[in-house]
Design a binder for this molecule. Structure first.
Ligand code: TXE
Length: 490
């Protein structure tokens, strides 16, 4: 049994590393080798309460600072994130198994973008003024208090930034729980916030699984919960938060359609379909995993997909040349392989992939699955209806616009969608009809911080990023000012 690579990971409460009182701990592994990266202390109810009380104390000081003061600290933290991009991207690769080429280009920098965006907005938050004849009113845009962020394991530091930046910019304090499978980078963000001058208690980190998450969503002093996770988890979080009527925002799963019309730029649509299914080993919530292709271009499109997929490099996530890294865990590999078996059993045609990649000792130690494409899929298949969250693309054919829009919308999910056409009118017409929180026309999975991100139907509630996020982290108070006598009827 090899020693963990890193020292034991504790909690971050009151602006410092602190030990959990639970005495329980769990290990986080490198998905590419199963090597134990660190043992992590699990926060129990008492630890959760310590973190929430720390956040309450932090909130008391932080909410009295001006937006400009808060913004300066967020911007300093963003600059440190950018300086440490290579180090933090490397850590994220060890914890998630994703390729270094992705982590260095997206994960940390997207987090820095978010801190800068909301850091710049902090000083601009204000209320409104209403002239009411002999009197007037105004609103105060006030913070909610202690907010909880609960993260998923595919974009750990990005999710921690996307939840903490708007919360802190608006004057709230936060207790953040990263996913138990990827706990490492949230502690680095806590250190960076402290280095940037964030007062103690404003950002706290606790570790644990659903038990710790449940303790956070039940805690009476928590005003809001923001979750990124599966639909089932979203329903549990919403139910728990309802007991004390907490604000809730949910960024959940999807089974998004990617529609390729007959007039699409074929090479572009193929590139987008590959990114929308195999980037981050397919472990991306908004992926376009139901690829609807017009019948007239189907054969050419699928052949192009097959050729380019077979040319992908699968393996060591730390190698610059790697396109597809390791899935998050052995259990997740088994889940993805079960879905692949179900696809074959239900009659889908396996175009390429479908197996574990284990022809060397290094690969055998890792959680590597071939990027997989199924053709001749039908809407009723399990692989077409359920979120697999792995490198598995399903290809379906269609004949006309009304048909494909109806089929694309025939799902409880509603996170994202893609439309590939060179007909402007059709692109916008179809985008308007698709039941999704975000629709990309002629590209896929681009999420600049300026634009809202989130789902409709069972893919979520609320939006992350953009000015929309401010509505989820503040509340308006109306102040009515009477300048004349009270006009009493009695
Ligand atoms: O989710 P889980 P995972 C989705 C993605 C997929 C899922 C994968 O589509 O469905 O996330 O991430 C905690 N009360 N998105 O497997 O299992 C748990 O400890 C409170 C959508 O991590 O739901 C973890 O920290 N907390 C997204 C977190 O919830 C609970 C983008 C998520 O765990 C809990 C990325 C409970 N009862 C992934 N049970 C988007 N839409 O933006 C678990 N947790």
């Amino acid at each position: 049994m090899t020693e963990p690579i890193f020292e034991t990971v504790s909690l971050w409460i009151d602006g410092a590393v602190t030990s959990a009182t639970s005495g329980e701990w769990f290990a986080t592994h490198n998905p590419a080798s199963q090597v134990v990266l660190a043992n992590v202390q699990l926060a129990n109810d008492e630890d959760v309460d310590r973190a929430v009380q720390s956040a309450r104390r932090g909130f008391a000081e932080w909410s009295l600072m001006t937006g400009a003061e808060r913004g300066r600290i967020l911007n300093r933290a963003a600059a440190i994130l950018r300086d440490r991009n290579a180090e933090l991207a490397h850590l994220e690769v060890l914890d998630t198994g994703k390729p270094i080429s992705e982590a260095i280009a997206v994960d940390v920098l997207s987090g820095a973008d978010c801190l800068e965006y909301f850091g710049g907005m902090a000083a601009t938050l204000h209320g409104e003024h209403f002239d009411l004849g002999g009197s007037f009113a105004y609103t105060r845009r006030e913070p909610l208090g202690v907010c909880v962020g609960i993260g998923a394991w595919n974009y750990p530091i990005q999710i921690a930034c996307w939840k903490s930046a708007p919360a802190l910019a608006c004057g709230n304090a936060m207790v953040f729980k990263p996913a138990e499978l990827t706990p490492l980078s949230a502690m680095k963000l806590a250190e960076i916030y402290a280095e940037a001058g964030l007062p103690a208690g404003v950002f706290n980190v606790v570790h644990g699984d659903s038990r710790t998450g449940e303790a956070l969503t039940r805690h009476p002093d928590v005003a809001k919960v923001s979750l990124t996770g599966e639909v089932g988890t979203g329903k549990k979080v919403m139910a728990a938060a309802a007991q004390t009527l907490k604000h809730v925002t949910l960024e959940l799963g999807g089974k998004s359609p990617l529609i390729v019309f007959e007039d699409a730029d074929l090479a572009n649509a193929v590139s987008a379909a590959l990114m929308a299914n195999f980037y981050t080993q397919g472990e991306v919530c908004s992926n376009g995993t139901r690829v609807f292709v017009h019948r007239s271009i189907h054969d050419e499109f699928v052949e192009a997909l097959r050729v380019r997929t077979n040319a992908m490099t699968i393996g060591d996530p730390l190698a610059e040349s790697t396109d597809v890294g390791a899935l998050i865990s052995r259990d997740h590999v088994a889940k993805v392989l079960d879905y692949i078996a179900a696809g074959i059993a239900q009659g889908a045609t396996l175009v390429c992939g479908g197996k574990r990649v284990d022809h060397t000792e290094m690969l055998r130690q890792g959680n590597f699955v071939e990027p997989t494409i199924f053709d001749a899929c039908t809407d009723d298949m399990i692989i077409v209806r359920e979120e697999i969250f792995g490198p598995v693309m399903t290809v379906l054919t269609f004949d006309d616009e009304d048909e494909v829009v109806t089929r694309a919308n025939a799902t409880p999910f509603g996170l994202a969608a893609g439309v590939f056409t060179q007909n402007l009118a059709r692109g916008h017409r179809v985008a308007a009809r698709l039941e999704a929180g975000i629709v990309w026309i002629n590209n896929y999975n681009l999420t600049p911080i300026e634009v809202p991100f989130g789902g409709v139907k069972q893919s979520g509630i609320g939006r992350e990023n953009s000015i929309a996020a401010i509505e989820h982290y503040t509340q308006r108070k109306t102040v009515y000012v009477e300048l004349g006598p009270v006009d009493a009827p009695y």
